[in-house]
Design a protein around this ligand. Structure first.
Ligand SMILES: C[C@H](O)[C@H](O)[C@H]1CNC2=NC(N)=NC(=O)C2=N1
Length: 117
């Protein structure tokens, strides 16, 4: 494996279809992937969900971001749970097929980070 392959960043990758049958990332692996994202993301206590909370002034910007997430989800074939309302959007990622986190979740989060910079 060349160094360029080793340094392929999460946002350059694409989510792979997940039909189960792989182990969820353990806490250490999830934490190592978390370190590659912006500091706004956090893991839940079980290291099964990756979350980010966005704050906005008003409702229109919240709906724009919710729609951007919907577009990215369909583009990647990997779908977050999105909750939004006046002044906020909550994005939660987990890989349902394996009841935990996979690289798809971190690839997805890294791509969103690129879109909202
Ligand atoms: C075949 C396809 O990859 C699966 O149905 C996808 C669709 N989107 C998904 N999104 C999420 N968050 N978890 C999944 O397990 C999942 N599975």
């Amino acid at each position: 494996m060349t160094t360029s392959e080793q340094t392929c960043t999460l946002s350059d990758r694409t989510c792979a279809p997940c039909s189960g049958g792989i182990p969820a990332l353990n806490r250490d692996a999830a934490s190592a992937h978390l370190a590659q994202l912006t500091s706004d993301w956090s893991l839940d206590a079980d290291a099964k969900t990756l979350s980010r909370h966005f704050k906005f002034k008003g409702f229109a910007k919240a709906t724009y971001l919710a729609n951007l997430c919907a577009w990215l989800a369909d583009q990647q074939g990997h779908h977050p749970d999105i909750r939004f309302g006046w002044g906020y959007v909550d994005v939660q990622l987990t890989t349902h097929e394996i009841d935990g986190l996979s690289e798809n979740d971190f690839i997805w989060a890294a791509k969103l980070d690129q879109l909202v910079v």
